[in-house]
Design a protein around this ligand. Structure first.
Ligand code: GLT
Ligand code: MN
Ligand code: MN
Length: 389
């Protein structure tokens, strides 16, 4: 191992308690690893070199804990954070595990469930802020249906909006320094989840009372489950100034929600993703929302966590090489460095430009006949990723 790929605090690598704490349960099998306590997980993350730890309310404090238990758990967690120097940049609410949320939380048909979801969220916002979180994630895993006979989609959207408006109102009223990041997923655990893609959420956010307080938390696996290009979703979120957080992992298209170690499956997509984040100087957490294979013991969980961060840094280095590769850059430049052939300068609309453009004669055949050399460019890219360039 070279030092260049060692995680450091400024890389902002974070993991959820639920990721390294995943005991390997799946729909067909029992846990294969011991359930580590939040304190043990904080120490594990510190040992592998992470910067921070994120949590759902229920990851830290069992849903039926007594006030005394809660106090003790929070005290022990704070002590572990102080001992290790780990930060808590993000917190979130588990609005999917408890049976009360089986038909949704904010979009449930039951007004009592909707109100309980708000209460549960406000309580954990308080704790998240107390522990230093600046971002609060919303993953609406149960906000959906098995059958459209059960719920009016417009009513669901209105309820979702009411909930987000209520909660931004709460954060403002408390004067918390906190923004929200909404996370899309197309399906699983519901047959269909509302607002299934990052693009759908970006449109929804603009309809809220305080859109400036709400951004997105796109997850690699979730856009891949929809068959989409994740980096394009990230670019759109970035352009809209809405990339408040990111969930890094990996996923084969067309499979169940795999939450694979970042960069382990879709090497080219992960390369372009990291290159994008680094090129635009994304300053937020590099959060890993993934877990170790079910074949692993606790040592394997550490391999998984170290591998996630190491791969990110390797992709980052490959991106730097790509940016500095003279032949690659010449090909990139060549693609758009074309003779203007008397083409009028466009620079925005004016009637004179429109008339000049309407009168211009294009050599359409020559435009179509031009070879763009993207085969060569892509091969060089692959060679950078494969390490021979
Ligand atoms: C859950 C889900 C993730 C979300 C987490 C936040 S929990 O593991 O699969 O994608 O980001 O609620
Ligand atoms: Mn996932
Ligand atoms: Mn996620």
């Amino acid at each position: 191992m070279t030092d260049a790929y060692e995680p450091r605090p400024e890389h902002k690598f974070t993991f959820g308690l639920w990721t390294v704490g995943n005991p390997g349960r799946d729909p067909f099998g029992e846990p294969v690893r011991p359930a580590l306590s939040p304190v043990e997980l904080v120490h594990l993350l510190a040992e592998v070199g992470a910067y921070g730890v994120n949590f759902h309310d229920d990851d830290l404090i069992p849903i039926d804990a007594s006030p005394a238990d809660r106090e003790r758990i929070v005290r022990d967690f704070k002590k572990a954070l102080a001992e290790t120097g780990l930060k808590v940049p993000m917190a979130t609410t588990n609005l999917f595990g408890d049976p009360s949320f089986k038909d949704g939380a904010f979009t449930s048909n039951d007004a009592r469930v909707r109100a309980y979801a708000l209460q549960k969220t406000m309580r954990n916002i308080d704790l998240g802020v107390e522990l230093g979180a600046k971002v609060y994630v919303f993953w609406g895993g149960r906000e959906g249906v098995e059958t459209d006979a059960s719920k009016d989609p417009l009513a669901a959207i209105h309820r979702y909006r009411d909930a987000m408006n209520f909660l931004t109102g709460y954060v403002k009223d408390q004067k918390y320094d906190l923004v929200f990041a909404m996370e899309a997923k197309p399906n699983e655990p519901r047959h269909d989840i509302y607002m299934p893609t990052t693009g759908a959420l970006l449109a929804f956010i603009e309809t809220l009372d305080h859109p400036e307080m709400v951004g997105v938390n796109p997850e690699v696996a979730h856009e891949h489950m929809s068959g989409l290009n994740f980096m394009h979703a990230i670019a759109q979120a970035w352009d809209a100034k809405k990339l408040f957080h990111i969930d890094l992992n990996d996923q084969a298209f067309g499979r169940y929600d795999q939450d694979l170690r970042f960069g382990s499956h879709s090497l080219k997509s992960c390369f372009f993703l990291v290159k994008f984040l680094e090129d635009v100087s994304y300053a937020g957490s590099r959060h890993f929302d993934s877990h170790a294979y079910r074949t692993e013991d606790v040592a394997g969980v550490k391999d998984f966590a170290r591998g996630s961060m190491r791969s990110y840094l390797i992709y980052k280095e490959k991106g730097r090489r790509w940016n500095e590769d003279k032949e690659i850059q010449a090909l990139v430049k060549e693609a758009s460095a074309v003779p203007r052939d008397g083409l009028p300068e466009l620079g925005g609309y004016s009637r004179a430009t429109a008339n000049a453009l309407k009168g211009h004669t294009f050599d359409r055949k020559a435009l179509g006949a031009r070879g763009l050399k993207y085969e060569r460019l892509d091969q060089l890219t692959v060679e950078v990723i494969l390490g021979v360039r």
